[in-house]
Design a protein around this ligand. Structure first.
Ligand code: HEC
Length: 147
């Protein structure tokens, strides 16, 4: 038995008695980096695909323009409620993923434009504040669900 196994170890490496364990051990150790490497490569691949899932795809220039408008005009209320409004401005994330707006009105572009232009409750009217192009950009950004 031991003769056979030392024979085996002799094939791999060196001295048959005693050292075979070390040889074997070394072989195990030598194998680990390979696995580690394999794992690293897999994790890398996985990381990339996870990043693909989690990180948000790039915004188009129009969406990015809308994001900027949202951040300077809407977020202080809708994200921070910095005026401490009693009626907390609703979260606009995923606005268009529901069929209705927080008020129950249909979640359509036309309706959201109308709210932005006319204001609602404590929300001011933005009539005349945005060009058509800016309004479209804002809507495009709202459609991303606010990335
Ligand atoms: C001064 C704070 C304030 C600002 C600034 C503000 N909002 Fe609002 N917004 C509110 C409040 C409060 C409500 C809830 C109104 C209500 O239902 O009485 C609201 C509601 C809404 C709604 C939901 C309407 C509905 O029918 O449920 C949308 C959409 C919206 N805001 C978009 C925006 C966008 C886009 C901007 C930036 C251009 C913006 N708001 C800026 C306070 C604000």
């Amino acid at each position: 038995m031991s003769a056979v196994s030392s024979g085996g170890y002799t094939l791999i490496g060196k001295i048959p008695e005693g050292p075979p364990i070390r040889t074997h051990h070394r072989k195990t150790v030598a194998w680990k980096p390979d696995r580690a490497l394999l794992c690293a490569v897999m994790a890398l691949g996985l990381g990339v695909s996870l990043a693909g899932c989690h990180s948000k795809p790039e915004l188009t220039p129009q969406q990015a323009a809308g994001k900027h408008l949202y951040e300077v005009r809407c977020a202080h209320c809708h994200e921070d409620n910095d005026l401490n409004l009693k009626k907390v401005p609703p979260n606009l994330h995923g606005l268009f993923s529901q069929s209705t707006l927080p008020s129950g009105a249909p979640a359509t572009d036309a309706q959201v434009r109308a709210v932005i232009l006319a204001g609602k409750g404590m929300m001011p009217s933005f009539n005349g504040r945005f060009t058509d192009q800016q309004m479209s950009a804002l809507l495009a950004y709202l459609h991303t669900g606010l990335r």
